[in-house]
Design a protein around this ligand. Structure first.
Ligand SMILES: *[C@@H]1O[C@H](CO)[C@@H](O)[C@H](O)[C@H]1NC(C)=O
Ligand SMILES: *[C@@H]1O[C@H](CO)[C@@H](O)[C@H](O)[C@H]1NC(C)=O
Length: 469
């Protein structure tokens, strides 16, 4: 509590910019002593899997913006990745899942309390924001460098005056910070705290959700995800999947999905820990779209590039579980994601087999080929009637959906050929799409784009029509 008060008093005395600046100066003095400070910022490439999985990325993962949150006395939504300066009043809006922050307002204590009460009713909670995490500082730094460039000289001068008037020597501030024991936490320390928060029976549901929400940010990094294992937190997350609270199911899936993504160690432990069964139960039972969306995200991360899990998935009837999502009302937004997953898994195996023909002496390749030979996804897909389920999605209006479905139809063509050749609806749809994209491709061409997006779609439609003749 004393931390909080001191920080607030600093914030009140100095303007916020100065506070941030001093924090940055301060940290640049001590960063040599902090082992994990030089964190790589989360790169785009970390978010993309090899197949450029877009549909999962778009709302499962946060957009990357190196930004600082500029507080006012009004509640404002804190966007993902924004650094929140210490000492602000932060709350989580449970209905939207968004964080909101503002200056603590002593003058309006009454309305504050009222707001608080209202907040409780609306499902909003306060979050402690008294410490900078290393990410936050790093982001604040990046943003400040940028804004420093664009600021006009007049403003800069005014700022300098301001600083001179109110700013104390760095040394003094350093002492103050040291007194506050404010320092940059390593990822590991933050994760330990978050995991304890999630695991503590004293934590409220909202606090647990907030802890998972933050944890998700950290586990994108492969090493952090491995720490999850050594801390024994994977077990907690897997148990979260069958929590009685849907919101915990959702967020546990979210963290798992991020941790599993391109991380074989976590994939192996998760599958051995029974995560696959639990995810399938979530997908097979009555749950909200939000919960199923995240469970599908986690399932996808679990299966990609992990033939053993794919084999288990088929054994456990996972394909039927996914097919039932097509019968369930309100789950339409999951359909394209499911098709994309199947496409990725089918292509993954094909590419491996192709590679192995060029490189079949390599023992690792041999082992992989052996593992993938146990995954009989395509026969199961054909047998369970996916050919038509998938081609029916060509009726959807979005171009990128059609693109994904066309790719999948194309890859399944050899196996679904008989069905597709007899499918009059499909040939009618393809003819319609062809004329639509002929027009769009022509426009694209007129605008100078010879090998544009629509041309590509048109080509793939023509190829399918040709091969079905
Ligand atoms: C979670 O809490 C329980 C009971 O307090 C404890 O035994 C367990 O070690 C904790 N797990 C983790 C991963 O912190
Ligand atoms: C979740 O599953 C585990 C077994 O994996 C079981 O021990 C636990 O009681 C279940 N929790 C709930 C809330 O059903």
């Amino acid at each position: 509590m004393s931390h909080c008060i001191c920080l607030l008093s600093i914030a009140a005395k100095l303007n916020l910019m100065v506070l941030l600046l001093s924090a940055v100066y301060f940290c640049s003095c001590i960063s040599d002593n902090i082992p994990k400070f030089a964190l790589a910022t989360k790169e785009e490439s970390d978010l993309k899997d090899e197949n450029g999985e877009e549909s999962v990325r778009e709302d499962d993962l946060d957009s990357e913006d190196l930004e600082v949150f500029y507080p006012t006395h009004q509640w404002q939504t804190v966007r993902a990745g924004q650094a929140v300066p210490a000492g602000l009043h932060v709350r989580l809006n449970l209905q939207t899942g968004e964080r909101e922050a503002r200056f603590p307002d002593n003058k309006n204590e009454k309305s504050d309390i009222e707001d608080e009460k209202k907040g409780k009713r609306l499902g909003k909670i306060d979050i402690d924001s008294n410490s900078f995490t290393s990410q936050e500082l790093k982001k604040a730094l990046a943003k400040m460098k940028e804004s420093g460039k664009t600021e006009s000289t007049v403003e800069q001068k005014a700022n300098v005056e301001d600083v001179r008037k109110r700013f104390r020597r760095i040394e003094e501030l350093k002492e103050e910070f040291e007194e506050l024991n404010m320092r940059i936490e390593t990822d590991f320390e933050v994760m330990v705290k978050l995991i304890n928060k999630f695991n503590s029976s004293a934590s409220t549901l909202a606090e647990k959700v907030a802890a998972l929400y933050d944890l998700e940010y950290y586990v994108h990094q492969v090493d952090n995800a491995k720490d999850l294992l050594s801390l024994g937190a994977l077990r907690l997350l897997i148990n979260g999947l069958n929590s009685t609270e849907p919101v915990l199911k959702e967020h546990a899936s979210f963290v798992l999905g991020a941790a599993l993504s391109s991380n074989p160690k976590v994939q192996v432990e998760a599958v051995e820990g029974g995560a696959l069964q639990k995810l399938l139960v979530v997908l097979a039972t009555e749950q909200s779209l939000a919960v199923k969306k995240k469970a599908l995200f986690a399932l996808s991360s679990m299966l990609r590039h992990f033939p053993y899990a794919q084999q288990q998935f088929l054994k456990l009837g996972g394909l039927q579980v996914l097919r039932n999502l097509f019968k369930e009302k309100g789950m339409e937004t999951l359909h394209v994601r499911v098709v994309t997953l199947l496409y990725d898994l089918i292509v993954e195996k094909m590419l491996l087999l192709e590679d192995s023909r060029n490189d079949d002496d390599h023992p690792q390749t041999k082992e992989k080929v052996e593992q993938y030979s146990q995954v009989n996804l395509v026969p199961a897909v054909v047998e369970q009637g996916w050919c038509v389920i998938i081609s029916n999605l060509l009726g959807l209006p979005e171009h990128d959906t059609r693109e994904k479905v066309l790719k999948t139809v194309h890859v399944l063509l050899a196996f679904c050929k008989d069905l597709y050749q007899q499918d009059h609806d499909l040939s009618a749809t393809l003819t319609l799409l062809r004329s639509e994209y002929e027009e769009l491709a022509a426009e694209e061409h007129k605008e100078g784009d010879r090998d544009g997006y629509f041309k590509e779609l048109l080509n793939s439609i023509n190829t399918i029509i040709q091969e079905l003749k």
